[in-house]
Design a protein around this ligand. Structure first.
Ligand code: NDP
Length: 266
């Protein structure tokens, strides 16, 4: 029987995931289809999974923490970060994973000699990616507009700053990452220009997790001639890793990539 996959989120109309996964299923000859489902009430996620007979799902904003709650089993990393973006239904039990963070880790692997990393932003994506980077041996510092979200990072031993107390710190970071949604639907920078002027010229590279557009952050970085990339590779890689969990038959990363990356060429 054809397997059904979906993305759950709200809003969901913009999501590239159906295209990415359907191109992959078609390319691999895997008998499955991937839809989008606008889920307003995240507490209904588990019910919808069984009601629609879904084999696997991705979960996006704002339900990644409720997706964590909805699972019967969690892999070690998802357990650690409290956020799930991929669920697989195995014989009526929901297994949860986080593929955003490994996707990000792989996306930055092309930048060499990176040790110190500055995150601009402290939201859900920053949480899981900061933990995976720390586990991989990077030194991550977090700079956020407001202090409320910094407690999570302080508890885990990260250096944390707000705009007000940042200026007096040592400003030497190999990689600077826009982890905020600043620039997604507006033309704002993730932090005051004076801070970017301190950290970007010294960075070996700068990354924006927003994809598909040139944000004011990326424009600034390009003007400083620093190596840079947007969030497209992160999106592609989290999708490939999710697909490895979705498919009962095993395909290699490269096999899946060959099909999924076509979604970024259309
Ligand atoms: P959250 O809503 O959890 O967090 C948003 C963060 O951005 C907070 O730290 C918030 O600061 C900060 N912020 C928002 N607007 C501004 C602004 N104008 N100036 C300064 N800081 C701002 O978001 P997520 O972590 O879920 O997502 C963050 C980004 O990551 C989004 O742009 C999303 O599109 C992208 N993303 C990309 C993926 C990919 O595959 N490429 C995957 C997942 C996410 P404060 O605490 O002060 O409110």
């Amino acid at each position: 029987m054809k397997q059904l996959f979906t993305i759950f989120g709200n809003p969901i109309a913009h999501s590239k995931s159906p295209l990415m996964h359907n191109l992959t299923f078609n390319g691999l000859g895997y008998d499955a289809t991937y839809i989008r489902y606008k889920l307003e009430d995240g507490t209904q996620l588990r019910n919808k999974f069984f009601e629609l007979n879904i084999k696997g799902a991705n979960i996006t904003v704002p339900h990644k923490e409720l997706a964590f709650e909805a699972c019967d089993e969690l892999d070690e990393f998802a357990q650690k970060v409290g956020a799930v973006n991929t669920i697989v239904n195995n014989n009526g039990k929901l297994y949860g994973y986080n593929t955003d963070a490994p996707g990000f880790l792989k996306a930055i692997s092309e930048f060499k000699n990176i040790k110190t990393v500055l995150f601009l932003g402290a939201g859900g994506t920053a949480k899981s990616t900061a933990v995976i980077l720390k586990d991989a041996g990077y030194e991550v510092s977090i700079l956020n507009r407001s202090s409320g979200r910094l407690a999570y990072f302080q508890d885990k031993g990260f250096n944390t700053y707000t705009f007000e107390n940042f200026k007096n710190q040592e400003n030497n970071y190999d990689l600077v990452v826009n982890m905020t949604s600043a620039g997604l639907d507006d033309e704002s920078l993730p932090c005051p220009l004076e801070i970017l002027e301190l950290v970007v010229p010294q960075a070996k590279a700068c990354v924006d997790v927003i994809y598909g557009k040139e944000t004011p952050f990326l424009k600034f970085v390009k003007a400083q001639n620093r190596p840079t990339k947007d969030g497209s590779d992160m999106l592609l890689y989290q999708g490939i890793i999710a697909s490895e969990y979705f498919c009962e038959k095993k395909y290699s990363f490269e096999e899946i990539k060959q099909h999924m990356q076509k979604a970024f060429m259309l």
